[in-house]
Write a protein that binds this ligand. Structure first.
Ligand SMILES: CC(C)(COP(=O)(O)OP(=O)(O)OC[C@H]1O[C@@H](n2cnc3c(N)ncnc32)[C@H](O)[C@@H]1OP(=O)(O)O)[C@@H](O)C(=O)NCCC(=O)NCCS
Length: 165
Protein backbone atom coordinates (compact mmCIF):
# COMPACT_ATOMS: atom_id res chain seq x y z
CA UNK A 1 0.00 0.00 0.00
CA UNK A 2 1.53 3.34 -0.96
CA UNK A 3 1.03 6.66 0.79
CA UNK A 4 -0.80 7.99 -2.27
CA UNK A 5 -3.44 5.30 -1.88
CA UNK A 6 -4.29 5.99 1.77
CA UNK A 7 -4.57 9.59 2.86
CA UNK A 8 -5.39 10.95 6.32
CA UNK A 9 -7.50 14.09 5.94
CA UNK A 10 -10.38 16.00 7.58
CA UNK A 11 -13.80 14.53 6.94
CA UNK A 12 -15.90 15.80 4.04
CA UNK A 13 -19.19 15.06 5.79
CA UNK A 14 -21.41 15.02 2.71
CA UNK A 15 -19.12 12.73 0.74
CA UNK A 16 -17.84 10.53 3.60
CA UNK A 17 -20.86 10.00 5.88
CA UNK A 18 -22.41 7.00 4.11
CA UNK A 19 -19.19 5.09 3.29
CA UNK A 20 -17.90 5.72 6.83
CA UNK A 21 -21.13 4.33 8.30
CA UNK A 22 -20.51 1.00 6.55
CA UNK A 23 -17.48 0.55 8.87
CA UNK A 24 -19.27 1.51 12.09
CA UNK A 25 -21.46 -0.28 14.62
CA UNK A 26 -24.95 1.08 15.28
CA UNK A 27 -23.89 3.15 18.27
CA UNK A 28 -21.04 4.81 16.38
CA UNK A 29 -23.31 5.49 13.39
CA UNK A 30 -25.65 7.34 15.75
CA UNK A 31 -22.71 9.23 17.28
CA UNK A 32 -21.55 10.29 13.80
CA UNK A 33 -25.01 11.65 13.00
CA UNK A 34 -25.07 13.60 16.28
CA UNK A 35 -21.63 15.03 15.53
CA UNK A 36 -22.74 16.87 12.38
CA UNK A 37 -24.02 20.06 14.09
CA UNK A 38 -20.99 20.04 16.44
CA UNK A 39 -18.69 19.80 13.39
CA UNK A 40 -20.49 22.70 11.73
CA UNK A 41 -20.10 24.81 14.90
CA UNK A 42 -16.39 23.97 15.35
CA UNK A 43 -17.02 22.04 18.61
CA UNK A 44 -15.78 18.79 17.13
CA UNK A 45 -13.56 17.54 14.31
CA UNK A 46 -13.13 14.25 12.50
CA UNK A 47 -10.25 12.88 10.45
CA UNK A 48 -10.59 9.93 8.12
CA UNK A 49 -8.05 7.56 6.61
CA UNK A 50 -9.24 7.18 3.02
CA UNK A 51 -8.16 4.66 0.41
CA UNK A 52 -8.69 6.10 -3.06
CA UNK A 53 -11.12 8.54 -1.49
CA UNK A 54 -13.13 5.97 0.52
CA UNK A 55 -12.89 5.97 4.35
CA UNK A 56 -11.24 2.92 5.94
CA UNK A 57 -10.78 4.50 9.37
CA UNK A 58 -11.67 7.54 11.44
CA UNK A 59 -10.92 9.51 14.60
CA UNK A 60 -13.34 11.93 16.26
CA UNK A 61 -12.40 14.65 18.76
CA UNK A 62 -14.74 16.83 20.84
CA UNK A 63 -13.46 20.30 21.74
CA UNK A 64 -16.42 21.72 23.67
CA UNK A 65 -19.05 19.86 25.69
CA UNK A 66 -22.51 20.03 24.11
CA UNK A 67 -25.85 18.85 25.44
CA UNK A 68 -26.96 17.58 22.02
CA UNK A 69 -24.32 14.82 21.76
CA UNK A 70 -26.24 12.22 23.78
CA UNK A 71 -23.50 11.82 26.38
CA UNK A 72 -24.27 9.66 29.39
CA UNK A 73 -23.95 11.62 32.66
CA UNK A 74 -20.21 11.80 33.51
CA UNK A 75 -18.56 14.78 35.19
CA UNK A 76 -15.08 13.64 34.11
CA UNK A 77 -16.26 13.26 30.53
CA UNK A 78 -17.55 16.83 30.62
CA UNK A 79 -14.23 18.10 32.03
CA UNK A 80 -12.34 16.33 29.23
CA UNK A 81 -14.17 18.61 26.76
CA UNK A 82 -13.70 21.94 28.51
CA UNK A 83 -11.04 24.64 28.70
CA UNK A 84 -7.62 23.31 27.65
CA UNK A 85 -8.98 19.79 27.22
CA UNK A 86 -10.25 17.87 24.22
CA UNK A 87 -11.58 14.32 24.05
CA UNK A 88 -10.69 11.65 21.51
CA UNK A 89 -14.02 9.85 21.58
CA UNK A 90 -13.21 7.13 19.09
CA UNK A 91 -10.52 5.90 16.73
CA UNK A 92 -11.01 2.91 14.52
CA UNK A 93 -9.33 1.39 11.49
CA UNK A 94 -11.28 -1.29 9.67
CA UNK A 95 -9.77 -4.75 10.25
CA UNK A 96 -8.31 -5.27 6.76
CA UNK A 97 -6.26 -2.06 7.03
CA UNK A 98 -4.82 -2.51 10.53
CA UNK A 99 -1.10 -2.85 11.37
CA UNK A 100 -0.07 -0.59 8.49
CA UNK A 101 0.49 2.57 10.50
CA UNK A 102 -2.90 4.21 9.84
CA UNK A 103 -3.85 4.31 13.53
CA UNK A 104 -0.62 6.16 14.30
CA UNK A 105 -1.21 8.59 11.42
CA UNK A 106 -4.75 9.33 12.59
CA UNK A 107 -3.53 9.95 16.14
CA UNK A 108 -0.79 12.33 14.96
CA UNK A 109 -3.29 14.18 12.74
CA UNK A 110 -5.81 14.71 15.54
CA UNK A 111 -3.08 15.75 18.00
CA UNK A 112 -1.85 18.39 15.53
CA UNK A 113 -5.38 19.64 14.89
CA UNK A 114 -6.27 19.82 18.60
CA UNK A 115 -3.09 21.85 19.18
CA UNK A 116 -4.02 24.18 16.29
CA UNK A 117 -7.42 24.68 17.92
CA UNK A 118 -5.70 25.91 21.09
CA UNK A 119 -5.99 22.78 23.23
CA UNK A 120 -3.24 21.63 25.61
CA UNK A 121 -4.43 18.14 26.57
CA UNK A 122 -6.13 15.27 24.78
CA UNK A 123 -7.96 12.56 26.74
CA UNK A 124 -9.47 9.21 25.85
CA UNK A 125 -11.02 6.11 27.38
CA UNK A 126 -10.11 2.64 26.21
CA UNK A 127 -10.89 -0.80 27.62
CA UNK A 128 -8.52 -2.16 30.26
CA UNK A 129 -7.88 -5.22 28.08
CA UNK A 130 -7.35 -3.45 24.73
CA UNK A 131 -3.61 -4.16 24.73
CA UNK A 132 -3.06 -3.26 21.09
CA UNK A 133 -4.55 0.17 21.67
CA UNK A 134 -2.49 0.65 24.89
CA UNK A 135 0.76 -0.10 23.03
CA UNK A 136 -0.16 2.23 20.22
CA UNK A 137 -1.11 5.18 22.45
CA UNK A 138 1.94 4.71 24.67
CA UNK A 139 4.24 4.63 21.65
CA UNK A 140 2.61 7.91 20.55
CA UNK A 141 3.49 9.48 23.91
CA UNK A 142 0.17 9.11 25.75
CA UNK A 143 0.13 8.41 29.48
CA UNK A 144 -2.10 6.04 31.40
CA UNK A 145 -3.51 8.44 34.01
CA UNK A 146 -5.97 6.21 35.84
CA UNK A 147 -8.47 3.38 35.42
CA UNK A 148 -12.18 3.82 36.13
CA UNK A 149 -15.54 2.06 36.04
CA UNK A 150 -17.57 4.68 34.16
CA UNK A 151 -21.30 4.97 34.75
CA UNK A 152 -21.82 4.83 30.97
CA UNK A 153 -20.28 1.34 30.68
CA UNK A 154 -21.49 -0.61 33.72
CA UNK A 155 -19.04 -3.22 34.99
CA UNK A 156 -16.31 -2.31 32.48
CA UNK A 157 -12.92 -1.20 33.71
CA UNK A 158 -11.59 1.49 31.37
CA UNK A 159 -8.22 3.17 31.10
CA UNK A 160 -8.02 6.96 30.89
CA UNK A 161 -5.10 8.10 28.72
CA UNK A 162 -3.82 11.67 28.42
CA UNK A 163 -1.56 13.30 25.85
CA UNK A 164 0.01 16.65 26.66
CA UNK A 165 0.14 18.58 23.41
C1 LIG B 1 -6.42 0.52 17.73
C2 LIG B 1 -6.45 0.65 16.20
C3 LIG B 1 -7.16 1.95 15.84
C4 LIG B 1 -5.01 0.68 15.68
O1 LIG B 1 -5.03 0.93 14.30
P1 LIG B 1 -3.85 0.43 13.34
O2 LIG B 1 -4.05 1.10 12.03
O3 LIG B 1 -3.76 -1.03 13.35
O4 LIG B 1 -2.58 1.08 14.10
P2 LIG B 1 -1.06 1.08 13.62
O5 LIG B 1 -0.93 0.26 12.37
O6 LIG B 1 -0.59 2.47 13.60
O7 LIG B 1 -0.32 0.34 14.80
C5 LIG B 1 -0.74 -0.95 15.16
C6 LIG B 1 0.35 -1.96 15.00
O8 LIG B 1 0.80 -2.05 13.66
C7 LIG B 1 2.25 -2.02 13.61
N1 LIG B 1 2.63 -1.33 12.38
C8 LIG B 1 2.60 -0.02 12.15
N2 LIG B 1 3.01 0.24 10.88
C9 LIG B 1 3.27 -0.95 10.31
C10 LIG B 1 3.70 -1.35 9.03
N3 LIG B 1 3.96 -0.45 8.06
N4 LIG B 1 3.85 -2.67 8.79
C11 LIG B 1 3.57 -3.58 9.74
N5 LIG B 1 3.15 -3.25 10.98
C12 LIG B 1 3.01 -1.96 11.26
C13 LIG B 1 2.63 -1.26 14.82
O9 LIG B 1 3.91 -1.66 15.26
C14 LIG B 1 1.56 -1.67 15.80
O10 LIG B 1 1.91 -2.87 16.39
P3 LIG B 1 1.83 -3.08 17.96
O11 LIG B 1 0.73 -2.18 18.50
O12 LIG B 1 1.53 -4.52 18.16
O13 LIG B 1 3.18 -2.70 18.46
C15 LIG B 1 -7.16 -0.58 15.54
O14 LIG B 1 -6.58 -1.76 16.04
C16 LIG B 1 -8.65 -0.61 15.79
O15 LIG B 1 -9.43 -0.01 15.03
N6 LIG B 1 -9.11 -1.32 16.84
C17 LIG B 1 -10.54 -1.40 17.15
C18 LIG B 1 -11.05 -0.10 17.76
C19 LIG B 1 -10.25 0.30 18.97
O16 LIG B 1 -9.87 -0.52 19.79
N7 LIG B 1 -9.98 1.62 19.14
C20 LIG B 1 -9.16 2.15 20.21
C21 LIG B 1 -9.92 2.47 21.43
S1 LIG B 1 -10.87 3.94 21.30
Amino acid sequence: MSDEEVQVRPIDFVRDEQPLKTLLNDRDKMRLEHAEPALNDGDCFIYVAAERGVPVGWAIVHLNYRDDQDWEPDEDGRAYQSGDNAYLENIEVTARFRSQGLGAKLITAVEDEARRRGKRNLWLHTSENNFKAHQLFERQGWQHETSVYPAWKPGARMRVYKKTL
